[in-house]
Design a protein around this ligand. Sequence first.
Ligand code: NAP
Ligand code: F7E
Length: 321
Amino acid sequence: MVVLISGITGQDGYYLSKLMLKEGHQVHGIVRRNSQKTYGVLDFDEELKSKLNLYYGDVTDKSSLDSIFRQVKPNLVFHLAAQSFVQESWSNPEVTYDVNIKGTLNMLNSFREYTPEGKFYFACSSEVFGKVADEIQNEESRMWPRSPYGISKLAAYWTGINYRESYNLFVCNGILFNHESPNRGVEFVTRKISLAAAKIKLGLQKELKLGNLDAKRDWGFSGDYVRAMYLMLLHKEPDDYVVATGETHSVREFVEAAFEAVGLDYRDYVIVDPKFLRPAEVQYLRGDYSKAKRKLGWEPKVKFKELVKMMVEADLERLSG
Ligand code: NAP
Ligand code: F7E
């Protein structure tokens, strides 16, 4: 099959393109041009990059998407591109709405115009649950986003459903809970912590400044979650699915486990800095992935402690190397 991925230079784009190649598909990706001609996470893996067909485009520029859809004619579209950093969405709400809402609308319109018989995946987020009403959130749980990012994902989620219902298109929303990896961006809390633990261990950093240590998240492994995206598009009917581990842990537990992995006590190094507190916080998330398990046969493989260890060890290796 011919696969098109927006956001291919990000964390999930990396694992998804590897999976798609392994499955024997032809992989095409949309890349934002920058002055350094860098390709994000793909720059760490030249072998992978050489197997991909990359096109310059921007999801806010419909004409660039039209030209790519016309050339590629994808069977499977994974729309992952986004302004994905929640904290940033308060500083740049317009960019967040443009990229995440209008960008999704543009992708859906190009898909509808050029490859309506194909299948479309949208990267929705557990941030739509925000101020949670249920102890464990599933597809039916109340959605009450708490940031411009969460609002943008909610608008895009409903746009996807509306396109499915209005135009009979195969559009799926994956409501993915936090997922991490050694390729996670350095500003997200897990990678900020794993990198700091490794640097402190090697004497390259003295302290770690964090915000809310009591926030709880359902953290899984990106490599597991991209499999769920693929299974959604292989399923006979389009639908929306929660993808999660079913466990929740606090930022404090993450930092404790990361420092433990390098034989240190986090309390000697972590400082709470109000700069990293958010105007409105999502205090607690825990996902119920039973629908994905039942209908797609999907289950997460990597557990919390294993994920923390994987990330810290990868950072230690990179820094030592
Ligand atoms: P990420 O690492 O931040 O990657 C985002 C990607 O989007 C990058 O390739 C980025 O390109 C691209 N992008 C941003 N603006 C663009 C634009 N205007 N035009 C074209 N491409 C653009 O995010 P991720 O962790 O892989 O997440 C993938 C998707 O899942 C995102 O939509 C995110 O919101 C969503 N999501 C993530 C999680 C999670 O925990 N990771 C959970 C739920 C949902 P550059 O390299 O040029 O910046
Ligand atoms: O924050 C707290 C922070 O930025 C997690 C994105 O992939 O997942 C991600 O969004 C928690 C929050 O991720 C720091 O307040 C404490 O409660 O790693 P994060 P996020 O906001 O949960 C969802 C599902 C997505 O869809 C998003 O795209 O950690 N926290 N201290 C901190 N967070 C950061 N970044 N930095 C700190 O110093």
